[in-house]
Design a binder for this molecule. Structure first.
Ligand SMILES: Nc1nc2c(c(=O)[nH]1)N[C@H]1C(S)=C(S)[C@@H](COP(=O)(O)OP(=O)(O)OC[C@H]3O[C@@H](n4cnc5c(=O)[nH]c(N)nc54)[C@H](O)[C@@H]3O)O[C@H]1N2
Ligand SMILES: Nc1nc2c(c(=O)[nH]1)N[C@H]1C(S)=C(S)[C@@H](COP(=O)(O)OP(=O)(O)OC[C@H]3O[C@@H](n4cnc5c(=O)[nH]c(N)nc54)[C@H](O)[C@@H]3O)O[C@H]1N2
Ligand code: SF4
Ligand SMILES: [Mo]
Length: 728
């Protein structure tokens, strides 16, 4: 370089956080573990923009806290030792107790290649369905809704639809904090006249600037959307031609709607919103054919999560608002590769490549893999899987790229399960609350080191590329799994390069494909150079390598008869109702600057300033009633546990509701862990837990003393009675 500084290499990669899937450029100098981050202007997901988390990536690449060598019972071990021990313990457990006595719990933060290999090993060669992903906590309800309505887990729209829409409805989606780059894009559209409606019990930052905020009663979404559909029918605002040509189930749908009083006043009362606001929503929806309905965790994380998704999809099918520019129901993904996991078969109830366990599909996948042992039935979904670990049915568990000791509901019971499990393997980049339970820890490559593909919310496949050489002995997840598979004696795991894993995966999607939309035909022949150079592309990818932005433009769906299905859904209350003893509804979710269990964002001081300690947001009237003041410590209790957090008094909360962020862990604030409190109630069809509603009680925590302590290194506090929190 002209100024004489070391030459910088600019590498195009993708952000490891949310499902927006922004393109990032990392500038690095040889031999230096530091990176200058900028947005990739050529990436279609973000056109160069980044949010606070993406911008701060450079502050998270230090090797502090990293796992750099395999360990067995906390002692350093070689890869050979660790690999053969894992292989032997899994083999022995299977020989003694059958294939269903082992399980993998994986993550939307794995790359597609990792996911593919883990799934091939468990479902194909071990022959059990027991691999499930943390997307069970995140996307499972939307997946079931898509399958029921469209015949397969297909996200109809694309980000361009967010620019083209005249109306965007956010259902249980705090986009301003959780998908900031897309939110900025919609704010720009709003400045051009786009209307925004936010459906969320809390007045979030997303709701703050919206044209309409419906602060509905918790878990009343199905009632609301059914009420909307009934109103559209009353007005004659449905699309009779589209229904005739492309959709089944209209008569049954109308009959089901008629079972409830659909008068706007009854709907408004049940949803706890003002009649005039409800009417405004109905008017806006009727008036704007170009509507995108985004739905996220406020919809999915519910014991009626599937019904919520279907209720939203129903309103779109009935009005023909799908497969058209600026019009679709849009389930937005959370993690960078939540979509990749759904594609490859990370969910226990799907096999691979959008094929399930019907004899025909199962035989097709088994033939492709050359794996006669391929599982014939779904495995256990996450909540049931950990229950089976706890009661001893599962005796060997491998956790990859997720922190279940923090992120699963009823985390006390989850910790018990991990503690009792005879053999626990954890692949992670850092020490976590979960690695504390591991018999074997396997050091994985982190963002900036790993190399492969991810799929974002709009089905766009992007490359994550390495910026640094592997630190210590860390290895790619897919290779760790493939080595264990080979050590277990299985053939078919000998890939030389991530590109060859990807090619095999792409070939599976195209294999005997007579109508599966998920088809990567055009990517089945990528050589390593072409794979390295792969430009972001949206599936399906045709034989010419051309992707497709929008699905269902021809009105054909992936059902047997090509028609979409309206599936009637009836409203019901939360899985556990509030009571005299637990009168408040505890809601949990995210804050702007932290990512999940803080293993990376917790390293960046800038990101810790926005909310430095665990808090509970409460309406001032509810706080006053129990003698709580703003900034004081509060005690939050449920039937499961108790937590201590700083009270934030705010009329952004509905009366009777509490909100706690999900992020804090043993490493940052053990008493502030939300999931010790959360009930593990799930949606029957999707198995997704109701993170957004647990009956709770709040009171003042009357501390006798308090103090603070400054240290250069993270200090360890051992007194379990002490309520403490740490901020870098
Ligand atoms: N900053 C940041 N961004 C992230 C993440 C992160 O950890 N930090 N994680 C990523 C991941 S994996 C995910 S899944 C996404 C999640 O993104 P979001 O879904 O936007 O995030 P949440 O905060 O979990 O929940 C969204 C909203 O649902 C509302 N809600 C609660 N109950 C109900 C209800 O009954 N009905 C309705 N309509 N709404 C309700 C909550 O009040 C909350 O505001 O974010 C992604 N982006
Ligand atoms: N109360 C409450 N709980 C929730 C939610 C909620 O809204 N409320 N949301 C749920 C949702 S939607 C989600 S997605 C989950 C997320 O929950 P988790 O998946 O448990 O959260 P993370 O902190 O993202 O954990 C990812 C782990 O993987 C590691 N990791 C990152 N990259 C790699 C890699 O390439 N390889 C390996 N081997 N490890 C890697 C990180 O160091 C980290 O320890 O939380 C769920 N839990
Ligand atoms: S919006 Fe999501 S993908 Fe984009 S920079 Fe922020 S966290 Fe990363
Ligand atoms: Mo998620």
């Amino acid at each position: 370089m002209a100024d004489g500084s070391a030459a910088l290499t600019a590498t195009r990669t993708a952000c490891p956080y949310c499902g927006v899937g922004c393109g990032v450029i990392g500038a690095t100098a040889a031999g230096v573990r530091a990176v200058a981050i900028s947005g990739d202007a050529a990436h279609p997901a973000n056109h160069g923009r980044l949010c606070s988390k993406g911008t701060a990536l450079g502050a998270t690449v230090s090797l502090a806290g990293r796992l750099l060598e395999p360990t067995i019972q906390r002692r350093a071990a070689s890869w050979d030792e660790a690999t053969s021990l894992v292989a032997r313990r899994f083999r022995e457990t299977i020989a003694r107790h059958g294939p269903d006595s082992v399980a993998f719990y994986v993550s939307g933060q794995l790359l597609t290649e990792d996911y593919y290999v883990a799934n091939k090993l468990m479902k194909g060669f071990i022959g059990s369905g027991n691999i499930d992903t943390n997307s069970r906590l995140c996307m499972a309800s939307a997946v079931v809704a898509h399958k029921q309505a469209f015949g397969a887990d297909l996200v109809p729209g694309c980000y361009e639809d967010l620019d083209l829409a005249d109306l965007v409805v956010f259902s249980g989606h705090n986009a301003a904090w959780t998908h900031p780059v897309l939110f900025r894009r919609m704010e720009a559209a709003k400045a051009r006249g786009q209307k925004h409606v936010v459906i969320d019990p809390r007045r979030t930052d997303t709701a703050e600037g919206a044209d309409l905020h419906l602060a509905l009663a918790p878990q009343s979404d199905v009632r609301l959307w059914n009420g909307l559909l009934a109103d559209l029918i009353r007005r004659g605002a449905i699309d009779a031609d589209f229904l005739r040509d492309h959709v089944d189930g209209y008569a049954a749908m109308v009959a089901a709607l008629d079972e409830d009083d659909q008068s706007p006043s009854a709907v408004a009362a049940d949803c706890g919103v003002a009649l005039a606001d409800l009417q405004t929503f109905f008017d806006l929806f009727a008036a704007h054919p170009r509507t995108v309905s985004l739905f996220s965790m406020g919809a999915n994380q519910s014991a009626q999560g599937v019904a919520k998704g279907l209720a939203i999809i129903n309103a779109h099918l009935a009005t023909g608002r799908i497969g058209k520019p600026g019009a679709c129901p849009f389930s937005i993904t959370g993690q960078p590769n939540a979509m990749g996991g759904r594609e490859t078969g990370g969910m226990a109830n799907t096999l691979a490549g959008h094929m399930d366990f019907s004899p025909e599909e199962r035989d097709r996948v088994a033939r492709f893999w050359g794996a006669p042992n391929t599982a014939r039935a779904p495995g256990l979904k996450a909540i049931d899987m950990f229950e089976a670990v706890r009661d001893g049915r599962i005796k060997a568990l491998w956790v990859m790229a997720t922190n279940p000791a923090v992120s699963l509901p009823a985390s006390g019971a989850v910790r018990e399960a991990l503690d009792r499990c005879p053999f626990v393997v954890v692949s992670d980049c850092v020490e976590t609350d979960t690695t504390a339970f591991a018999d074997v820890k396997l050091p994985a490559l982190a963002w900036g080191e790993k190399d492969g593909t991810v799929t974002n919310s709009e089905r766009r496949i992007s490359r994550q590329r390495a910026l640094f050489p592997p630190p210590g002995q860390a290895r790619a997840d897919w290779r760790i799994i493939a080595d264990v598979a080979a050590a277990m004696g299985f053939d078919g795991f000998g890939w030389p390069h991530a590109a060859s894993v990807f090619r095999e995966w792409a070939r599976l999607t195209a294999y005997e494909n007579h109508g599966r939309v998920l088809n990567l035909e055009g990517l089945t022949r990528l050589d390593p150079q072409a794979y390295d150079a792969l430009e972001p592309v949206q599936w399906p990818v045709d034989s010419q390598g051309r992707g497709r932005a929008r699905l269902f433009e021809d009105g054909r769906f992936q059902t047997a008869n090509g028609r979409a299905r309206l599936v009637p859904v009836r409203p019901r209350g939360p899985a556990e109702a509030t009571s005299d003893q637990f009168p408040m509804a505890l809601n949990t979710g995210r804050i702007r600057d932290q990512w999940h269990t803080m293993t990376r964002t917790g390293l960046a001081p800038d990101l810790c300033r926005h909310a430095p300690e665990p808090y509970v947001e409460v309406h001032p009237d509810d706080a006053t009633a129990v003698g709580l003041t703003d900034g004081a410590l509060a005690r939050v209790m449920t039937t499961r546990a108790e937590a201590v957090a700083v009270a934030k008094l705010s009329d952004r909360q509905r009366r009777g509701s509490l909100f706690m962020p999900m992020h804090w862990t043993d490493a940052f604030a053990p008493a502030g862990r939300a999931n010790a409190l959360v009930a593990p109630m799930t949606d029957q069809a999707s198995g997704q837990p109701e993170f957004k509603h647990t009956p709770a009680r709040i009171g003042a925590y009357r501390e006798t003393w308090k103090g603070f302590f400054l240290a250069r290194e993270p200090a360890v506090v051992v007194d379990p009675e002490l309520v403490w929190r740490r901020t870098p």
